[in-house]
Each structure stands twice: as C-alpha cells, then as structure tokens.
Ligand binder design. Structure first.
Ligand code: DAH
Length: 346
C-alpha cells in the first residue's frame, strides 16, 4: 500500500508538470491518452495495481486512485476549455487573424455645417426662410446697390478680391439681400448663409475665406426694437440665457442707424489680458446690423415711406469658435481629422 501511495503521488506530480506544458489541442490529446488511455494510461495502470493490494486496504487504496483520476479529468477538461476560448491565430483560409483590422470611419458633417444648421434651425423657428446667392458677384450687388457709390472710401473696409472687369468674389453675404428684394415683395423674412472672400492675412480670427449668415426683415412698421429683440433672442438660443451681449453704434453704408454686436469672450471670459481671440478686451464682435437704409429700398423699388426693415450679417466661423471653445479659426480649414472627428457624434 505504501508502495502504491508513492506511485500515486509520483503520477500526480508528473501529470501536473506535463499539464503545464499542454499548449494546444494536439498535446492535450496526447496527455489524455498518456494518463487515462484505456490500456496503458498511467492512471489506468494504477487501477490494475489495486488488484495486488491486501483486502483490508483495498477500500482506501481505491479511493485514492479514484481521486487522482477525478482530478486529472477535471484538469484536462479545464485546459480544453481554455484552449478553445483562445481564437486561432490563422483562419481556415490562411488569413493571419492577429493582424490589426482596418477601421472604417463613417463620414459626418463639418463643424461649420453643423453650426450653420443650428443657426438655421433657430431662424426657421421664428418664421424666417433660407435664401442663397452667388459667390462670384458683380460690383453692383456687392457695393453699388448697397449704397456704396463708386470710389466711396467705405469700400476700403472690405478688402476685395477682384476677378475681372465688373466681377469680384463677394466680400459679404449682403448682396443676397438685394437679390431677394428684387425678386420678392414684402413682407420679407430671410436668412442667407454662405461663403465670403476677403484679401486677409490669416490669423486666429481672420481668413481669406470664411462664412457669414445674412438676415433681412422688411415689412410695414418694422423698428429697431424688432432688430434688438430678435438678435438678442437668437444669441440666447444659440449660447444660452446667460450670454452677455452688447450693441455698439457703428457705420455701414446700407444701414442707418447701424450697430455692431459683441458677445463676451467665451475663450478667456475676459480674464486673459493676452487672449489671442479678444485681445484682452473680454468682448468679441460677431455681427453687424442696422435699419435698412431708405436708399437701398429705393434701389430695389420698395417704397421706403411704406416699408422699413432691419438686417444683420454674422460671421459663422468666428461665432462657432465661441460656441465650441476653439481658439483658432484655421482649425476649421486644415482638414485635420483628429479635430474634425470631435464634432457631430452623438
Ligand atoms: N456685410 C457686413 C460685413 O460684412 C455685415 C453687415 C452689417 C450686414 C450690417 C448687414 C448689416 O446686413 O445690416 O461686415
């Protein structure tokens, strides 16, 4: 019996070592045969040895051998379970399944498109409709009809990219006002988003191409109170109830009186004297506005005695910078996917 016990321990020890080395289905199968094989398995042979154990010790000896068989079986099954949960490194077709996959990215709208849509949604909700105009304009629509006579010094404020003869790249979306007033009758309530172009040196808040959205309201009895109320409502809807807004007197040839609208600098909150966005003033101009000049109405055959209106032009890129907390306008156009992919996912 002492002899048998020693053999049992020896088999257990050998098995434990061999089990640690079983790394695939083939070696596992060999292990199973070596220990539990019907004829010459090490454990099976121990059962043979039981026959020569004296009768009074048989019970105990049988228990020990059975226990060993049990633990060997459990261990072999456990290894089999582990091996089958590790995916094979090579598929049946010979493809190396451990290589990293090729991730496909789903496209999404550009942040400026998302922001433009947000603006449109607010104005559509107030009963405005959306209009468009050409990016290549004539001097007449870009300047003259908007009450900039030829050689008027106010033209210098818009660093124009001229094409040829009468043609230029529109410097603002205001010419769309004229086109819409020419083709429709009051009441008019429209916005027109689009690209505009200026001879600018790029910096964090200026680019030679950027986006504006123009707004125009023409009806009987329209006053500056409508302008102020609508723009304040719009900016609150866009930036939240608490946004600080200020109206500053200004000049545009096509509006009288005119106002520029600033919002608090949402990049530095007025706390950084060296802020590259607001220059430390704590405010940033985002739109120009005013009451449509009677001369502009006359230019499109709308009677200024009967009708009045207000208009605005807002820089979309610049405003989006605040909405998203972006300190650099150039990011929008560099097409760096690491930047672009941060927008528009739910
Ligand atoms: N077009 C002007 C610009 O580009 C902005 C502007 C000012 C638009 C006053 C308007 C307005 O419609 O009424 O700077």
């Amino acid at each position: 019996m002492a002899n048998l016990k020693e053999r049992i321990d020896a088999v257990r020890k050998e098995f434990d070592e061999a089990a640690r080395r079983a790394a695939d289905a083939k070696s596992l199968e060999e292990l199973r045969t070596a220990y539990l094989g019907r004829k010459r398995g090490h454990v099976t042979l121990l059962f043979e040895d039981l026959k020569s154990v004296p009768a009074e010790e048989k019970r105990e000896a049988g228990r020990l051998v059975n226990e060993l068989k049990q633990s060997v079986t459990v261990r072999l099954d456990a290894i089999e379970g582990q091996l089958s949960s590790v995916p094979p490194a090579v598929s049946a077709a010979g493809t190396d399944l451990t290589l990293p996959g090729r991730k496909r990215y789903v496209g999404r709208p550009h942040p400026l498109t998302l922001f433009e849509e947000e603006i449109e949604r607010i104005f559509l909700g107030m009963g405005f409709s959306i209009e468009e105009g050409p990016e290549i304009e004539t001097d007449y629509y870009n300047f003259e009809a908007l009450n900039f006579p030829p050689h008027h010094p106010a033209r210098d404020k818009w660093d124009t990219l001229f094409i040829k003869g009468d043609l230029l790249l529109r410097t603002h979306t205001s010419p769309v006002q004229v086109r819409v007033m020419e083709r429709s009758k009051p009441p008019i309530r429209i916005i027109c988003p689009g690209r505009v172009f200026r001879r600018e040196t790029p910096d964090p808040t200026h680019l030679p191409m950027f986006m504006q959205v123009e707004g125009l309201v023409i009806d009987e009895g329209v006053t500056f109170a409508h302008l102020k109320g609508t723009l304040e409502y719009f900016l609150r809807a866009l930036f939240g109830e608490k946004i600080k807004v200020r109206f500053r007197p200004s000049f545009f040839p096509f509006t009288e009186p005119s106002a520029e609208v600033d919002i608090e600098c949402l990049v530095c909150s007025g706390k950084d004297p060296a802020c590259r966005v607001c220059g430390g003033t704590g405010w940033k101009e985002i739109l120009g506005s005013g009451m449509v000049d009677p001369q502009v109405l006359k230019n499109v055959n709308i009677d200024p005695e009967k009708y009045s209106g207000w208009a605005f032009g807002l820089g979309i890129d610049r405003t989006a910078m605040f909405a998203y907390g972006i300190p650099e306008m150039r990011y929008f156009y560099e097409n760096d996917l690491r930047f672009l992919r941060q927008f528009g996912t739910k």
